[in-house]
Design a protein around this ligand. Sequence first.
Ligand code: AMP
Length: 220
Amino acid sequence: MPNKLNIVLMGPPGAGKGTQSELIVKKYGIPHISTGDMFREAIAEKTPTGLKAQSFMEKGLLVPDEVVISLVKERLSKDDCKNGYLLDGFPRTIAQAESLTALTKEIGRPVQSVILITADADSLIERIVSRRVCPSCGNSYNLLSKKPHKDGICDNCGHELIQRKDDTREAFSTRLDAYKTSTEPLINYYSKQGLLGEVDGLEEIEVVFKNISNLIEENN
Ligand code: AMP
C-alpha cells in the first residue's frame, strides 16, 4: 500500500485537479473531498450552505473561510476518511490550512502529501472555456482534450453535460486573481513543512497521473 494517502491536491483553476482526482480515487480507493463539488450540490439542493456560497461562486470569488471550514470539518469526521482522503480545492487560504492542521490532528490523519499541479494562465483560460461537466455524477470533460464519446452526454452516467457558470472568461480572471492572492502563499507554507511535491499540469493526462502516483508512492 502507498505511504501517503492523506493528500491535498492544489493548483490554479483549470490545472486539471478534477480530472486527476477521478484517477487518484479510483486507483487508491480513498474518498474525494471536493469543496467545489460540495458547494455545487448544496446550491442545487438549496441548503443554507448553498445559499451562502452561491453569489461568491458565480462571480469566481472565494466563499468565506468559516463556511468552507465547517463543511470540511463535518466531512472529514466521517468514517470513510479513516484510511485516507483526497482534498481537492481545499485549503485555499492560510486560515483554511491552519484549520486543516487542527482538524486532521483530531482525526489522527495529518496531511502527508500536498501535490501542486502547475500550469500557466494562457493555457488555463482555453481549458476552462472548453470544459464541460456532468451535473449528475461530477465527471469532467474538455472539448479539446477529453471529449465525451457522444457529444454533450456524460460517458459515465448518460446525463446531459453543462458548462459551469464560473467557467466564463470574466469569472476565470477573478478566480485566477483569488488563486494568486490567497492560495499561492500555501505553496511556501507547505514547502517549508517538507510536504509539497509538484507536477507539470500541461503534460498528457496519463503522464500527469503517473507523476502524481510516483509522489504518492515514494517512501519519504
Ligand atoms: P472548484 O470547483 O474547486 O473550482 O471551486 C469552485 C468555486 O467554489 C470556487 O471558485 C469558490 O467560489 C468555491 N470554493 C471551492 N472551494 C473553496 C475553498 N476551499 N475556499 C473558498 N471557496 C471555495
